[in-house]
Design a protein around this ligand. Structure first.
Ligand SMILES: Cc1cc2nc3c(=O)[nH]c(=O)nc-3n(C[C@H](O)[C@H](O)[C@H](O)COP(=O)(O)O)c2cc1C
Length: 448
């Protein structure tokens, strides 16, 4: 706990009076004494600060005047020019008040508590830098063995991750053996081919130019696993949401990824697998599940931007789209207004044509490029060809339409052909949102 002592005192206040008032009120260590500018030369205050071994900080009348001090005083206003010194100075220091103003003949004091400190700016910038400069790396790996101490540091960072009920459900299987990596690589190639075959032709050509794994190009692969039952029946916080086990393992991977970046070690996450097939190759016990498969090695450089951005495959979402205030959809600027404004300046997009069927049914999925927006209240069977958007109001449907169009544009779509499969107000509102979102993203847009 870091205490702040706010002091207001008349000129010439005896030290004994001030010290007495403080000792009656405060029985813990004070880190900071705060007062109004000009009073720092008062001998009683100087002696108090020295006795407490605290730091002294002053605030101007302007800085104090704006503080919402709970017990303002006309007398203080006349003497100091502000309605509160002790309380206002505590608030101006960034602390919150814990003890109401206490008064003696010539002095007032108030006590506040400061929040725990963050890191100094240089340290903070390193944290933000490693987050920004972490990359998923798939090329440019060097055929150099990884230093054991470095690897231990990186695994320690992963192992320090938060986990539900401190269940620490992860394990790290380190794979260097070429024969094993070849088998895992074969599985990734199979899934790569399957994904490629599922793509529309122009998207397939773009995908075929992408590198999606470095299983054989890295000296080390790490399979990060999860034991969903670890810790038994009473793991704190897991009972209501078992997914938290897998979240915990994923966070361990992020810790590993960040620490590796700081150490100059490249990491690439490969998910082109049916997890049970990898588990079989790795001979994992049946109760252990694969969460992430990582390719790890020294690299000649870290790219400044994600490979999928540099190759034009996908783009990043702005933070403002992702932040909602108090209620879903309440963004700093409305996504609909934002789309309408952006429409005027949108740069025409190029990319695949997608037929969006609003309110449609599974029949429409037979067309490979159709994306069905299902508006029904019941969750449909999971299918990446179906976007479930149970809009609660037409206004929400417009927002969801804008969002769908913009997110499709981020994933390389250049043209929307919208087909209304039902004429409900919700479906029409969603189509209206799709049109606004398409225009904001420079997508060409038509109705079928
Ligand atoms: C769960 C998960 C699975 C991923 N799977 C693959 C993958 O199979 N192949 C690949 O090339 N990148 C994969 N990535 C990396 C992402 O493409 C990458 O994180 C994203 O494009 C952003 O780039 P950045 O990590 O460099 O910031 C995966 C990332 C995550 C988090």
């Amino acid at each position: 706990m870091r205490l702040v002592l706010g002091v207001g005192l008349r000129s010439g206040t005896p030290y004994s009076e001030l010290a007495g008032l403080v000792s009656e009120t405060v029985n813990a260590e004070v880190q900071l004494v705060v007062t109004i500018a000009g009073r720092e030369t008062e001998p009683a205050l100087q002696q108090l600060v020295e006795q407490l071994g605290a730091e002294l900080r002053t605030f101007t009348t302007d800085e104090l005047a704006g503080q919402p001090a709970p017990t303002p005083s006309e007398q203080v206003e006349q003497l100091a020019g502000v309605p509160s010194v002790a309380e206002a100075a505590v608030l101006a220091s960034g602390a919150h008040l814990v003890t109401p103003k206490q008064r003696s003949t010539n002095a007032t004091i108030a006590v506040g508590r400061l929040p725990a400190p963050g890191y100094p700016e240089d340290d903070r910038s390193v944290v933000h830098r490693v987050i920004a400069e972490r990359r998923d790396v798939r090329r440019g790996f060097l055929d150099v063995p990884i230093d054991d101490d470095l690897l231990t540091r990186v695994l320690e960072a992963a192992h320090r991750a938060p986990s539900v009920g401190l269940s620490q459900p992860w394990d790290f299987l380190l794979i260097r053996d070429l024969a094993t990596r070849r088998k895992v690589h074969d599985l990734a190639v199979e899934q790569r081919d399957a994904f490629s075959a599922s793509l529309p032709q122009d998207r397939r050509a773009a995908f075929d130019g992408l590198k999606i794994e470095a299983i054989l190009d890295t000296p080390l692969n790490i399979a990060v696993t999860c034991d969903p039952g670890r810790g038994g029946r009473h793991v704190l916080g897991r009972h209501a949401d078992p997914r938290t086990t897998w979240f915990s393992a994923a966070i361990a991977i992020q810790n590993l990824w960040l620490a590796a970046r700081a150490e100059g070690l490249g990491v690439g996450w490969v998910s082109f697998f049916e997890p049970s097939e990898v588990a079989a190759v790795l001979d994992l016990p049946a109760h252990i599940e694969l969460v992430g498969y990582l390719c790890v090695g020294y690299v000649d450089e870290f790219a400044a931007a994600p490979e999928l951005v540099r190759s034009g495959w996908a783009r990043r979402r702005p933070l403002t789209w992702a932040v909602h205030h108090e209620a879903w959809g309440r963004r700093t600027t409305s996504i609909v207004d934002d789309a309408v404004r952006a429409g005027a300046n949108a740069v025409p997009a190029t990319g695949q044509k997608v037929r969006v069927v609003v309110g449609g049914n599974a029949m429409d999925l037979r067309q490979r490029d159709a994306l069905v927006v299902d508006l029904s209240a019941e969750r449909p069977h999971a299918d990446f060809g179906v976007l479930w958007r149970p809009a609660r109001t037409p206004a929400e449907a417009v927002e969801l339409g804008v969002e769908i169009a913009r997110d499709l544009a981020l994933q390389g779509v250049g043209e929307l052909v919208v087909h209304l499969a039902d004429l409900s107000a919700t479906a029409q509102a969603l189509a209206q949102g799709l049109a606004a979102g398409a225009s904001a993203s420079g997508l060409s847009h038509s109705s079928a």
